[in-house]
Design a protein around this ligand. Structure first.
Ligand SMILES: Nc1ncnc2c1ncn2[C@@H]1O[C@H](COP(=O)(O)OP(=O)(O)OP(=O)(O)O)[C@@H](O)[C@H]1O
Ligand SMILES: [Mg+2]
Length: 1040
């Protein structure tokens, strides 16, 4: 514990030690300190990690003194006595501006929200309660020189709970909003947050709809020098506020209406007026630039002329003008009784350089709160001693009731004077009001004025003439009277409210109900001061019915910075908050008191007789305990329900003993706990081991079982296979046996039957079957042959394939027969001429086939005979006339010159009787040889056309010797020559010699004609050359 957590236990108690204790704790981040049940809170100006959910859990359901001081302990105490003892609670948070009141109230609310019941509905209510803060702060908080988020209104929130302690809802009352801030802000301060938030955070589209621009400098109401605040993100806050408004229950159109109103206010600020003198001499105000007015009217749905008129003229009535204030008074609701926890966060005591009506009423409110504090703590404390029957000597403390009286007294209180002035006919000014105060309150010991009755301050220059000073409990405050009367009147001209009521804008209409012409009320509305006094009165009454819980907020420095603790500033606050008196009263008699039950519960472990259980009444238990501990009698007293301990030292002694005892107990608990833990761990391990072993065994057995199972399956399958094969073998054998038996039986029967029937079919059956089969085959063969006979052409060599080997002979014979028949058919179609031609060809074949190379080329050539058409050609007319027989052949041949072997063309004519050689050109017969003189013809075996006609020796023709000729139609010529010999009866058959060397008789010489083969030449013809007397060489080119 840093320093002393509860100031009551501070030793020695002086202002310095008090301050030192606060500073010591503040330096160690302990911002909360108790005075009994009062919590002193120092603003740390930085976020500390002491508001986590873990902290909430730590403080939940714990006794106030058990843990180090915390605002959560107070909130928990309040909530528990509300929930468990049915006592309505109020939490009074007081302190200067910037001391942390609003933050404290939020902490209390969030703590209560965290610890109370849960559930969908409850959570929604909680959320709405918590989210009301951002909305209220946006519209009611502003940056001031003292606080960047200063609440410019007082707030009292009643949170209602059901019997279980679940929140049902809340009622928020607000007090005296600083309206003047809208139009004017002191230097270095801002207007209400919402204006800046709207311009920074709204989307372009929204701004367009609201006819606004993002630029602050466009609006007269927004102070520019301090528009941006460090650590304040207006844009993000705008989103938070929008979201919060939705959660709290604003519909989208309502939200928009609110924003429209905000925009309209900004526009309103831009409207400038100018003076204009009218002819009747009365001044009138005129609007300079009507654009803003026009846009404002469009936003609110007001006719421009109506508003313009309302701004420019004022309807003066004979009676006093109407006025209205919008001060919200705590609502009176009649409904089922619920438990209530009130949280009061109201402006702190304000002492500015220039204090006006607002500061006056704010400070009045603080006086009242101090009153209630005195009433409920100091007086209550002393009354408790009396109640408990303890001997008591009263402690003096400053009671500020006298100051409250100076302000609120109905006859001669300052507020009453002010009201009187406001209602008085005739000229009323702030000065007349001050005069009145000087006369009426001048003698009051807390009232100071330059012209007060006792003229005590006539020479006091710190007190200007237009001011008065009040000695508040927290110090002297100088008030400037200027504006008191006007502000108290809080006038709103009826023309304006009526103009506003005419707006086609629901929210606007609701805000100015007094503008409704149907409800014109000529009665003067109560003054602001009166209303405030009344609402403070109601608030005080309300608070007095509840159990108070105090949070006294202290501001450690003026710089809004962490870690700085300004002694003088804190000392001043400690002094005017009466904290020292508070401690003193609590300590004067008894520093500490506690009901017997919790006291016994807390210290019973210090005595064997009371530990662990005391069966008798708690007081007796405590007496036994104190006796056992040998605490001197003068150190404590027994009250009716509580024990009162005089000196903190005694409490420390008890606490120290308790701590030691706790340490021993902790060791014991630790010992038992460790033993238990080890034991249970062992048991757990053992249990786990059994489980593991069981599982393992099961697994092993399962595995073994699977192995056995699969092995069994294998063995089984082998066995079954073996058995099946065995059975198959047996069955096969059986079947074989059956089959064999059947075969044997069949053979046996066959034998039997054959034996029996052999005599019937053995002799003929084979032959018959054979014949039948042969017939069938032959029939099939012939029919097949008929359909597949080759063509009738004798040269067609094709013949169907033989189907059966045994038909081989028949097949070739039939082929031969068919061929012969086909030839016969072919021949039968011949004419006699054609027949003769073929006979000639046949003869040629017999003569030359396979003997002379020239032969094959002649086969295709028809034997024309008369190639020269001698009878027709007139050139040969003479020649033909010499031939009286039919010319069988007429052709041009070459007669080979015997001397050089060169050829000379001659006409060769063949008749039945002779052949004639004639000159080709003239047709003159050169030689005519009767055929019987020709004994033989010699030709070569080669492809040449040379032939030698050998003449009978001694005949007339043979005089000149044999003829060596060459013809292109050699084969035809020789054949015809031969044929003539064959057919003529009187002739011998002509010999045809075919040899490559033969002798030819040239006159007397026999010359050998030799045929040699030469490589093919271009000329392609055979050439003849005389080699010598005996040799004539014929070169025949080799035919390819
Ligand atoms: N417990 C806290 N932890 C951290 N910061 C705090 C705490 N309390 C207050 N502050 C800081 O101090 C500032 C001022 O606190 P707060 O607004 O609660 O003052 P206030 O007493 O309500 O002043 P006013 O009377 O002007 O409304 C806060 O904005 C916050 O920055
Ligand atoms: Mg505040």
């Amino acid at each position: 514990m840093i320093g002393v957590g509860d100031m009551v236990l501070l030793e020695p108690l002086t202002a310095d030690s008090f301050l030192e204790n606060l500073r010591n704790r503040f330096d160690h981040n302990e911002i909360y300190t108790y005075i009994g049940s009062v919590v002193i809170s120092l603003n740390p100006y930085r976020s500390l990690p002491i508001y986590t959910p873990d902290k909430v859990e730590e403080y939940r359901n714990r006794n106030f003194y058990e843990l180090s001081p915390h605002i959560y302990a107070l909130a928990d105490e309040a909530y528990r006595s509300l929930r468990d003892q049915d006592k309505d609670q109020c939490i009074l948070i007081t302190g200067e501006s910037g001391a942390g009141k609003t933050e404290a109230s939020k902490l209390v609310m969030s703590y209560v929200a965290a610890v109370c019941g849960k559930g969908q509905e409850v959570n929604k209510v909680k959320e709405q309660l918590l989210q009301s803060n951002p909305v209220l702060e946006a519209f009611g908080n502003a940056k001031t020189v003292r606080n960047d988020n200063s609440s410019r209104f007082g707030k009292y929130m009643d949170i209602e709970f059901d019997f279980k302690g679940d929140p049902l809802g809340g009622v928020i009352s607000n007090y005296l909003l600083e309206k003047s801030r809208v139009v004017k802000q002191p230097r270095g301060e801002r207007n209400f947050h919402i204006f800046y938030q709207l311009l920074s955070g709204a989307s372009d589209e929204t701004l367009k709809k609201l006819k606004l621009e993002r630029d602050f400098s466009k609006y007269n109401y927004l102070s520019l020098d301090s528009a941006a605040v460090n650590g304040l993100d207006d844009a993000a806050n705008f989103r938070t506020v929008r979201n919060a408004m939705q959660i709290v229950g604003f519909m989208e159109d309502e939200l928009h209406s609110v924003l429209e109103l905000v925009a309209a206010v900004l526009k309103l600020g831009n409207i400038e007026f100018k003076h204009e003198s009218r002819c009747n001499g009365i001044d009138e105000s005129r609007i300079k630039d009507k654009n803003d007015l026009k846009e404002m009217c469009e936003l609110l749905g007001i006719e421009q002329s109506v508003l313009e008129r309302a701004f420019s003229y004022r309807t003066v009535e004979a009676k006093l003008e109407k006025m209205s204030t919008t001060l919200n008074v705590a609502q009176a609701q009649t409904k089922a009784r619920h438990k209530v926890m009130g949280v009061l966060d109201i402006y702190g005591f304000e002492i500015f350089e220039d204090n006006s009506f607002e500061q006056f009423v704010i400070n009045y409110c603080n006086e009242k709160l101090q009153q209630i504090f005195i009433e409920l703590t100091l007086r209550e404390e002393q009354e408790e001693y009396v109640r408990e029957g303890i001997e008591w000597t009263n402690i003096e403390y400053f009671n500020n009731a006298i100051i409250c009286d100076l302000i609120e007294n109905n006859q001669n209180g300052i507020l009453a004077m002010l009201d009187e002035e406001c209602l008085r006919p005739g000229t009323v000014t702030d000065e007349t009001f001050l005069d009145k105060l000087n006369t009426i309150c001048g003698e009051h010991q807390h009232f100071e004025s330059r012209l007060s009755k006792n003229s005590k301050f006539l020479t006091d220059h710190s007190l200007p003439h237009n001011c008065f000073r009040i000695q508040h409990y927290a110090g002297k405050v100088l008030y400037r009277v200027e504006g008191f009367v006007d502000k108290n009147n809080d006038l709103l001209y009826r023309d304006l409210s009526q103009a506003m009521f005419k707006a086609n804008h629901n929210l606007m209409k609701q805000l100015f109900p007094e503008g409704n012409p149907a409800k014109v009320n000529l009665k003067r509305p109560p003054t602001a001061g009166f209303q405030f006094k009344a609402s403070v009165g109601t608030l005080m009454k309300n608070l007095q019915t509840k159990n108070p819980n105090y949070i006294r907020c202290i501001k450690p420095n003026d710089k809004k910075t962490p870690h700085i603790f300004t002694d003088s500033l804190v000392r001043h606050q400690v002094s005017y908050l009466g904290l020292m008196e508070n401690v003193r009263v609590r300590r004067a008699g008894y520093a500490f008191r506690q009901p017997y039950e919790p006291c016994l519960e807390r210290y019973k472990m210090l005595c064997r007789r009371t530990w662990p259980h005391w069966r008798g009444p708690a007081r007796e238990g405590v007496e036994v305990l104190m006796g056992d501990l040998q605490v001197p009698h003068e150190e404590f007293s027994y009250g009716r329900s509580k024990i009162f301990i005089r000196n903190p030292r005694t409490l420390f002694f008890l606490e120290e003993r308790r701590r030691q005892c706790l340490r021993d107990l902790a060791t014991l608990i630790q010992k038992i706990y460790r033993g238990w833990k080890c034991c249970s761990r062992f048991l757990l391990l053992k249990k786990s081991q059994v489980v593991v072993a069981a599982w393992y065994r099961r697994y092993a057995q399962q595995k073994k079982y699977q192995q056995i199972k699969s092995a069994t399956t294998v063995v089984q399958s082998y066995t079954r296979g073996w058995q099946a094969r065995k059975l198959l073998r047996e069955l096969k054998y059986q079947k074989k046996c059956e089959k064999a038996a059947t075969t044997i039986a069949a053979y046996w029967h066959g034998t039997q039957v054959r034996r029996e029937y052999r005599k019937f079919f053995r002799a003929n059956a084979g032959k018959k079957i054979y014949n039948f089969a042969i017939q069938r085959i032959a029939q099939k063969y012939f029919l097949g042959l008929k359909s597949s006979l080759p063509s009738m052409s004798p040269i067609d060599k094709s013949w169907p394939v033989r189907p059966y080997v045994f038909l081989d002979g028949v097949h070739s014979e039939l082929r031969r027969i068919f061929h012969l028949w086909r030839c016969k058919k072919y021949r039968s179609e011949f004419t006699s001429e054609k027949k003769a031609v073929f006979e000639e060809k046949l003869e040629a074949s017999e003569l030359f086939k396979d003997k002379k190379t020239l032969y094959p080329s002649s086969v295709n050539q028809p034997f024309k005979g008369d190639y020269l058409e001698i009878s027709k050609n007139p050139k040969y007319q003479k020649l033909s006339s010499t031939v009286d027989e039919k010319v069988l052949l007429a052709d041009v041949v070459n007669k080979i010159n015997r001397a050089n072997g060169k050829g000379t063309a001659r006409i060769f004519l063949l008749t039945k009787k002779n052949f004639i050689l004639a000159d080709q050109k003239t047709g003159q017969v050169k030689a005519s040889v009767p055929l019987p003189d020709v004994t033989s013809v010699s030709v070569s075996t080669q492809s040449d056309g040379f032939f030698a006609l050998k003449l009978r020796e001694g005949s007339a023709s043979a005089v000149k010797g044999d003829f060596l000729l060459s013809s292109e139609h050699l084969i035809e010529l020789i054949t015809k020559l031969h044929h003539v010999g064959v057919t003529a009866a009187d002739q011998e058959q002509l010999n045809v010699d075919i040899s490559d060397e033969f002798l030819v008789q040239f006159k007397q010489d026999k010359v050998c004609v030799k045929f040699i083969q030469t490589p093919p030449k271009n000329g392609n013809g055979a050439s003849c050359k005389r080699r010598n007397n005996r040799l004539l060489e014929v070169s025949v080119p080799l035919t390819v």
